[in-house]
Ligand binder design. Structure first.
Ligand code: FE2
Ligand code: FE2
Length: 274
């Protein structure tokens, strides 16, 4: 098998300019795979349309949810909340043949392989606290005081869990077990919308936003679960960094105002392996 493993995230297709960028996403060979690391959009039908288009072009599409797919947006006729919404997204992906965190992890056998490709849904638990705070309550209050509050607080419902951190704890438990059951002889590509480690959030313009960006409980997962590469998005700060010798790739497109500021035509698809 030839071809390459590509990744992208944060396509945010509610923006016409971003839909034009998505229209330009094409494989280079018939064997190329595409990882989509969350925030395709918030309206269910938009997510479906976009994943269908990408599935028609790439040999395989692997998706992990972002916070935007999990919103129950007032403009969306699909009014499902929380776990029911996630389950419906997974069912939709299965109809399309797009792989999700609920499917068997595929093995990339092209160049740079074999590696286990693991899309993960983990959420966050407010442990990336705002500076100078020690509890979730203090951290949230600091965010409200600074006027930096993630829309998740209004639209990402945790039902039937009492709160988002409980949902996160449940996801961590099932995902840890899944990863421990993978072939120990193979390295992994770990794919999460929210970064596995806190360090990428240290460059955020508003540090109070970090509490919606991950969990301290995955701080060693890139080492523990043999990551060759860790792919994430959410921060809208595309870049390559290394932690403990592991390559981390932030692969977001982001909002038009963000990619326009970077200049030139956006080329958000990043080659991960191959
Ligand atoms: Fe995003
Ligand atoms: Fe996000």
């Amino acid at each position: 098998m030839t071809g390459a493993l590509y990744a992208v995230s944060d396509l945010h297709v509610s923006y016409a300019e971003n839909r034009a960028v998505v229209d330009g996403l094409r494989p280079e060979t018939a064997d190329d795979w595409l990882i989509v690391a969350g925030d395709v959009g918030e309206v269910f039908a938009d997510v479906e349309r976009t994943l269908r288009l990408l599935r028609d072009r790439f040999a395989r599409v692997v998706w992990a949810p972002g916070n935007h797919e999990l919103w129950t947006h007032p403009n969306d006729p699909v009014t499902l909340r929380g776990v029911a919404r996630y389950d419906a997204l997974v069912a939709m992906c299965r109809e399309l043949g797009v792989l999700t965190p609920e499917d068997d992890y595929p093995v990339w056998r092209g160049e740079g392989g074999p590696v286990t490709v693991a899309p993960l849904f983990l959420l966050y638990d407010y442990s990336f606290r705002a500076p100078g705070t020690t509890t979730k309550e203090e951290s949230l209050r600091a965010a409200y005081d600074a006027g930096v509050v993630c829309t998740d607080e209004m639209m990402l419902h945790p039902d039937p869990y009492p709160d988002r951190e409980s949902w996160c704890a449940a996801r961590l438990e099932v995902t840890r077990r899944r990863l421990e059951a993978t072939d120990p002889a193979l390295p992994t590509v770990l794919i999460t919308h929210w970064p596995l480690v806190r360090q990428p959030t240290e460059v955020l313009w508003f540090p109070e936003f970090a509490q919606w960006c991950g969990t301290d409980r995955t701080a060693d997962w890139h080492v523990r679960h043999r990551a060759a590469v860790a792919v994430y998005g959410h921060l809208h700060i595309p870049r390559t960094t290394h932690y403990d010798g592991v390559r981390f790739e932030e692969v977001s497109l982001g909002y038009p105002r963000e990619w326009r500021r970077r200049g030139g035509e956006p080329a958000p698809m990043k080659r991960i392996l191959g």
